[in-house]
Design a protein. Sequence first.
Length: 334
Amino acid sequence: MAEPHEPGSYLKATLESQPAELTRLLADDSGARAATRLRGCSRIFLAGTGTSFHGALAGQFILRSVGLQAWAVRAFEFVNYPPQMRQDDGLILLSHRGSKRFSSASLSRFAKDSHHWIAITGEGSSMEGEGVVRTVVQEKSPVHTASHTAAMLRVAQVAAALGSPAWQSRLADLPRMVQLALDHGSGVATEVSQTEFRPVTHFVGGGPARSTAYEGALKLREASHLVSAEGHDVEGILHGPLVSIQPGNVVVLVAQPGPSRERIGEVETALREIGATVMSFAPPSDLDEVLAPIVNVVPLQLLAYHVSRKLGVDADSFRRDEPRYAAAQSTFRL
């Protein structure tokens, strides 16, 4: 007999586990030890798919903050449209399970000619080798949360080992900050109860927060598939997408301190003129901008969960219980 399952309970439990998981990873030096494989690299590429690509986007800013040349690339493009590789290039691959087709191919192709690689992946992943750095146990929910924040923390640990960032001492504060974000979950639930997210919800962020905006849109789509969602960079939304936003549409702003904050304010003013419903989330003002995605994604994860409950959607199903969508997902290999 199948185990009874309360809709979205796997997602909720994993969401709430994040402070403890980050605390555990902070006590583990495997990221710092693996970082030696990248020492001396002139460029570091970060590759991933979906949420892992969003982690790579955040990771490029973390690595750049310690003086490294770092570029996020989708795993599909890294395999099929690769950059011209140099002998001293490095790769950080992010993959929850280590089983995705193009993530695996990215690592396999790069590792044939170089040992300058690290694979950040979950416990029980199929990936093995000296460059493998583990994060968390495989999540029961297909809406990945803890593995994402853990992967970004691992990238920060690698960066700290390769440089001397001013933010290094703040890593120890991340579990507490994530817990504070979770503690404000009732506020997110209240906002959700008072807001209509259909037919489309937009997310906006700039710089490192762009990755958070993209991830917020993806989480909402995955957890609450009755809602369409789009992620935008703060400048890009002003160059066309703004005119498609209708009065009453929800726009979620990731309003973190930094060079993008002024432009986010201008976007907010324009949205209010249109009559859009604006929700704004900001991390603690004393948190370095490059670390902020590890914290400011949590309210967006909570948002996705609460919208799924409001709409009566099982966030843990991924529509595999619906024949048409199950059939569609059987036509390709991820």
